[in-house]
Design a protein around this ligand. Structure first.
Ligand SMILES: Cc1cc2nc3c(=O)[nH]c(=O)nc-3n(C[C@H](O)[C@H](O)[C@H](O)COP(=O)(O)OP(=O)(O)OC[C@H]3O[C@@H](n4cnc5c(N)ncnc54)[C@H](O)[C@@H]3O)c2cc1C
Length: 466
């Protein structure tokens, strides 16, 4: 069937590909700064990885459950929506780690650090010498190597490995500290030691607005989807084109960019002075046909952890022994289970009164093949772990399985070449911005920071060029 082409070619300041948190935040700020912006999104809804569901009194997420107020930009964005901002109950601050089939609290201070059964006695003594160990010299050192060198094997196995399973669904032996945990890398490089660095940083004058970075765990009232929905309303739904297909970008000879796409069988063209992509690496190949395989190879080599998330809820079930943010699982203890979060302990609106909502994460880089497991196999793993680890028997009132094949980008050794290539392509093609989680961090705070800074830079660049 022949496609119809729309006659009118619309001109805007900035085109954004993707209506996830990065695209929506960038568009929100660009609009506030007086620029004309349009978003093209291939799915039928806004939010990208962020999607909230409601069923039988449970409010649950298919993607992220919570974020951390880890950047000034994230804090300020939440400040823009005070009616939605929801900070986790401090009583649920506890993070648990599984050892020998039992959950233990992750130490939060010196006293609990001495007592914890999670790390060996030898490594507890070794910690005293951490300030005197030489800093590493390999800029691409893995997280596992750095932690083992400075803190010891048991800190790697029972603190960093489960923590990385929870954040990256990743393998600390493959993640490069400089990209995956840049703040930790900087502590060693700038101060010679984690402990000396942490003490020195406490005494240093704070950057402007640093007090806003509270590191509190947040969600939004009604789930994180309420945040992306609100951003979409503020941007104006007419500026967001959902359900677009065959989207491709071309640089024009007059310095503009053109995005061609199809929507309900009709072809459209949109022109802009700048174009921002926010999608995952695999989607860039069809989006940027003017780039060669060689140009794209360093970006397409980015690997993603596949993750299965199971939302599990039961009315009239309280779990006083699991009143915590959640429990993380070292790879040594379990290859299939990454962790179990307890959103109903953090936020009052996630389960019917007196009930429990859990979010169970499976697979990741430990067991990427699990993404293809059947629903029956997944349900089996879930009921087995809930019975063994949390002593939960019986059928739930809610069970939903969500599969994310490209859940979390892994900032591995290929990162140096990828980031250099992104910078090179952006310099070669002025007006093209390759953003999203292919660089600058994987968490929501990172996404909001990148999008906000980029929006302000673009607004400045456009005002300088009249
Ligand atoms: C299971 C899971 C758990 C997570 N847990 C946490 C957590 O606890 N805390 C935290 O801070 N972060 C977490 N994250 C990460 C967080 O969700 C992401 O950092 C953030 O939502 C990414 O937003 P984004 O806009 O950059 O990308 P996305 O949300 O992926 O948005 C990109 C958008 O681009 C669209 N798109 C792709 N290709 C095209 C195309 N060709 N044309 C048009 N549109 C296109 C996609 O449909 C999508 O909507 C988690 C992620 C997942 C998947």
């Amino acid at each position: 069937m022949q496609r119809m082409t729309r006659e009118k070619i619309e001109q805007v300041d900035i085109i954004i590909i993707g209506a996830g948190l990065t695209g929506l935040t960038a568009a929100y700020h660009l609009k506030e700064l007086g620029l004309k912006v349009q978003i093209l999104e291939c799915s039928k809804h806004v939010g990208g990885a962020i999607q909230t569901f409601h069923q039988g009194g449970f409010t649950f997420e298919s993607g992220p459950n919570t974020g951390v107020v880890g950047s000034v930009e994230m804090a300020e964005l939440l400040g823009q929506v005070p009616d939605l901002r929801l900070i986790a109950d401090p009583s649920a601050k506890k993070r648990l780690i599984l050892k020998n089939g039992q959950f233990y609290p992750l130490p939060s201070g010196a006293k609990s650090g001495i007592k914890t059964p999670l790390v060996s006695l030898k490594d507890k003594f070794r910690l005293l010498l951490e300030p005197f160990r030489k800093p590493g010299t390999d800029p691409n050192e893995s997280l596992a190597s750095l932690v083992e060198r400075r803190l010891g094997k048991s800190y790697l196995k029972y603190a960093v490995d489960p923590f990385i399973g929870g954040i990256y669904a990743g393998d600390p032996r493959l993640l490069v500290t400089r990209y995956a945990l840049p703040k930790l890398y900087a502590l060693e490089q700038n101060y010679g030691s984690f402990i000396r660095g942490a003490i020195a940083k406490r005494k240093e004058p704070k950057a402007p607005k640093a007090e806003l970075i509270t590191r509190e765990v947040f969600s939004t009232r009604g789930g994180l989807g309420a945040l992306t929905d609100r951003l979409a309303d503020l941007i104006g739904r007419a500026n967001i084109h959902l359900g677009v297909s065959d989207c491709s970008i071309t640089p024009l000879s007059d310095g503009n960019w053109e995005a061609s796409y199809t929507q309900t069988g009709i072809s459209y063209q949109l022109r802009g002075k700048h174009i921002i992509t926010t999608c995952a690496a695999p989607q860039l190949r069809s989006l940027l046909p003017f780039l060669s395989e060689v140009d794209l190879a360093p970006i397409l080599s980015l690997r993603y952890a596949p993750v299965i998330q199971v939302s599990w809820g039961k009315e009239g079930l309280s779990l006083p022994h699991f009143h915590a943010f959640g429990g993380l699982v070292p790879s040594l203890e379990d290859k299939q289970l990454l962790g179990i979060l307890n959103p109903s302990a953090c936020f009052p609106d996630r389960a019917p009164k007196g009930g429990t909502l859990l979010s169970i994460f499976l697979g990741g880089m430990r067991r990427p093949d699990l993404i293809d497991a059947s629903d029956e196999e997944i349900k089996q793993i879930v009921s087995d772990r809930l019975r063994r680890l949390l002593r939960i028997e019986g059928n739930p009132d809610l069970l939903r399985i969500f599969r994310h094949r490209y859940a979390i980008p892994q900032y591995e050794a290929s990162s140096e070449a990828r980031i250099a290539q992104i910078a090179q392509l952006e310099a070669r093609y002025p007006g093209l911005h390759l953003a999203g989680a292919i660089r600058d961090g994987i968490g929501m705070s990172d996404r909001v920071q990148q999008a906000t800074l980029m929006a302000h830079e673009l607004a400045k660049a456009l005002s300088n060029h009249g």
